[in-house]
Design a protein around this ligand. Structure first.
Ligand SMILES: [Zn+2]
Length: 156
C-alpha cells in the first residue's frame, strides 16, 4: 500500500492590486422604477392573477411567475403607513452618531409590499401606523437612484 507523501510546501504569495470594478444594473423593472423616482413618481406593478401590487415593481410575479408588462405599471400616490422601524447610533465606520439613523418599512397606499427607506422625523415623533410621505431631492439633483428619495416624513 502506498502512503501519501507528507510534504510541507512553502506558500508563495504576492502583494499587489487587482483592478476589479463591478457594475450592477437595476434590471428592466428596477430601471423603470428608478426613472420614475427621477420624475418624483412611484411606479408599482400589478399582477391581476394574484391581485397583488409590487413596489418596487417586478419583471415577474413572485407568486405565479406571470410576466408583468409595461402596461401593468401604474403610478401610486406618495402616501403610506409606517409598518415598522429600527434605528442605529453607529455609522458604517463604527463611529457613534449624535442623531440616530432611522429606517422604516412603509406600505405605500395601493400596494401590498413593504418599502424600506430612511425616516426623517425625530425618534420620539415616530409611531408605527403613522401616515408618511416621501421627500424627494430637488429635481436638478435627482439621478434615477433610490437616493432621489431623501427619506420619509410624517404627515400631520
Ligand atoms: Zn401573480
Amino acid at each position: 500500500m502506498e502512503q501519501k507523501e507528507n510534504r510541507k510546501k512553502e506558500i508563495i504569495h504576492f502583494f499587489g492590486q487587482l483592478p476589479v470594478e463591478s457594475l450592477y444594473t437595476a434590471g428592466i423593472a428596477g430601471e423603470r422604477f428608478l426613472l420614475g423616482l427621477k420624475e418624483g413618481k412611484f411606479l408599482a406593478n400589478y399582477c391581476p392573477d394574484c391581485d397583488f401590487v409590487f413596489l418596487p415593481p417586478k419583471l415577474y410575479c413572485e407568486f405565479c411567475f406571470r410576466e408583468l408588462k409595461e402596461e401593468d405599471l401604474k403610478e401610486i400616490e406618495n402616501k403610506g403607513i409606517l409598518l415598522s422601524y429600527t434605528f442605529t447610533h453607529i455609522d458604517t465606520n463604527g463611529n457613534r452618531l449624535e442623531n440616530p439613523i432611522i429606517v422604516g418599512v412603509i406600505k405605500m397606499n395601493g400596494t401590498d409590499t413593504g418599502f424600506v427607506h430612511k425616516l426623517l422625523n425625530k425618534i420620539e415623533d415616530i409611531e408605527i401606523g403613522m401616515e408618511v410621505e416621501a421627500v424627494f431631492a430637488p429635481k436638478e439633483r435627482r439621478r434615477g437612484s433610490i437616493n432621489d428619495i431623501v427619506g420619509f416624513q410624517r404627515i400631520d
